[in-house]
Design a protein around this ligand. Structure first.
Ligand SMILES: Cc1cc2nc3c(=O)[nH]c(=O)nc-3n(C[C@H](O)[C@H](O)[C@H](O)COP(=O)(O)OP(=O)(O)OC[C@H]3O[C@@H](n4cnc5c(N)ncnc54)[C@H](O)[C@@H]3O)c2cc1C
Length: 468
């Protein structure tokens, strides 16, 4: 047997930790899953604390510069996601913080309209291929301004009565046997503890459930986008008209340049129309397959990828400026403050969504969300929406704990399509509502009555199918 390298260890001395809060519901992580959880729990009457490691809310939707909220409708233009998702879009709309295709255009195959959304500043995100008719269709996807979003999320969380602690990094659960009773967190104020009746792990990476010993899965095929890390950046002051003219008039030259850029290690893929009223900003979605499986939980890999990604952003910038018309006065406006992760650990829950669920159209008795399946394959045309059971958020065996966000219980093949921002907000809304009910009734989250949970979600405007 190969000898394992010995790792030097030391023992951390035991110490008294201040309990700084006692709450009904404690949410760790303020991304889409966390804000959904915290707002829903507090609005449901629970004393709720939300801790977030950075100085703003929104997770990847703000700090990761992933400012696209896709698939609010399915490929045929039918809206499934309402509730907090629609409320957020409405609030952003009132502040000029979002843009999306006109309602009357959702689902259309009209070539002129499709081309408008493909060509104009609204970009490619609004169009999907319908395999049944072999035509492209416009659907409801919103682009949001991340700075307005940060402020709006603060407002929504505080208005709901959530006790918010920013700059607070959740580290471990406080457990009693199989039951989670609270979390430790680190901040500039030192290590402190928060006790709660239900803890919601909304860290995306499952930082909290792993310390509770919950069963998890982090298997992910390296070819999936969820296995890749990415640093998004914005290139500003690009003359789009000139760029588009060059691409249209010299497609071969354009193709050669992109190949050369890839060879040099730059990022060839970008999208336009990502910032409302700023057509000259390009969004570089620099997600590229890594040569080896990257582990978002390994600090050494995270460091290497961050350094490498920045280098590649600069290679892209230098190359485009030198060779591509339209980039003469361009500059890198911003790199994402937060390295993009979307895979990572997934909880093994009471139910695990698998590939077979994509094609069965099953309405689960505990359905807490209906999500559009706007992937890029044929399944989305034949099965445009999928029901998500509450049990995907409930860990097996460990009590006092729920999971909201991309770490929901799912096979990697399904997680890839159903871990996006609006989905995570919907998981959060369900987890927060269930946590508040469990705390109020003094029961474990797995014992929450499905019918009552669904009724409560319905009262919050969540669109749910009837159970036969
Ligand atoms: C490059 C890239 C492009 C993407 N494109 C899109 C897209 O176009 N549209 C879309 O909808 N989705 C997209 N996704 C996926 C989507 O962004 C994520 O799946 C989604 O944000 C997950 O939400 P979440 O709340 O589970 O996790 P996150 O968004 O990761 O939020 C987790 C939050 O928890 C905080 N946190 C983490 N650990 C701790 C801790 N220990 N203590 C305290 N706080 C903690 C983080 O700071 C963060 O705020 C993309 C992802 C990437 C990486």
């Amino acid at each position: 047997m190969a000898k394992r390298p010995s790792v030097r260890t030391i023992t951390e001395p035991a110490r008294e930790i201040k309990v700084c809060r006692e709450a009904d519901v404690v949410v760790v992580g303020g991304g889409p899953g966390g804000i959904g959880s915290a707002i829903a729990a507090a609005r449901s009457g629970a004393k709720t604390v939300l801790i977030e490691r950075y100085g703003h809310l929104g997770g990847m939707a703000t700090g990761g510069l992933v400012n696209i909220i896709p698939n609010l409708s399915d490929i045929y233009g039918k809206q499934h996601l309402y509730g907090l998702n629609q409320e957020l879009i409405d609030r952003l709309d009132r502040r000029g913080g979002t843009s999306y295709p006109k309602k009357e255009d959702w689902g259309t195959t009209d070539r002129k309209v499709v081309d408008y959304y493909l060509d104009a500043n609204l970009g490619w995100f609004h169009v999907r291929h319908d395999y049944k008719t072999d035509k492209q269709r416009v659907h409801y996807t919103a682009v949001v301004d991340p700075e307005i979003l940060k402020d709006e999320l603060n407002d929504m969380v505080l208005e709901a009565g959530v006790d918010l602690l920013l700059h607070s990094w959740g580290t471990r659960t406080i457990t009693d046997g199989n039951t989670v009773r609270g979390v430790y967190f680190e901040s500039k104020s030192g290590r402190q503890a928060i006790l709660g009746k239900v803890i919601i792990d909304a860290t995306g990476d499952g930082d909290i459930f792993v310390s509770a010993g919950a069963e998890m899965d982090n298997d992910c095929d390296n070819k999936r986008r969820t296995a890749w890390l990415a640093l998004v950046f914005w290139m500003a002051n690009v003359d789009i008209r000139k760029l588009d003219h060059f691409r249209a008039s010299q497609p071969d030259k354009w193709g050669e340049l992109l190949q050369e850029l890839s060879r040099l290690g730059g990022y060839p893929n970008f999208f336009k129309g990502i910032l409302r009223n700023q057509p000259g900003v390009l969004w570089y979605h620099c997600m590229q397959p890594q040569p080896e499986r990257t582990d978002a939980m390994d600090v050494e890999q995270l460091t290497r990828i961050d350094i490498k990604s920045r280098k590649r952003a600069l290679v892209t910038y230098d190359f485009m400026k030198k060779h591509v018309p339209g980039f003469e006065n361009a500059y890198i406006m911003l790199t994402a403050p937060q390295l993009g992760t979307q895979g990572g650990r997934r909880i093994v829950g009471e139910y695990t969504l698998s590939e077979k669920d994509l094609e069965t159209d099953e309405v689960f008795p505990d359905t807490i969300a209906v999500l559009a399946n706007n992937d890029f394959g044929e399944i989305s045309s034949n099965h445009p929406a999928l029901c998500i059971p509450y049990r995907c958020l409930v860990p097996k065996r460990v009590d006092g704990l729920l999971v909201a966000g991309r770490a929901f219980s799912s096979a990697d093949t399904v997680n890839e399509t159903f871990n996006i921002i609006p989905h995570c907000i919907a998981y959060g809304q369900a987890a927060g509502t269930a946590a508040a009910m469990a705390a109020r009734d003094g029961i474990q989250p797995r014992k929450v009555d499905y019918t009552a949970l669904r009724e409560n979600l319905g009262k919050q405007g969540v669109n749910l199918p009837k159970i036969k």
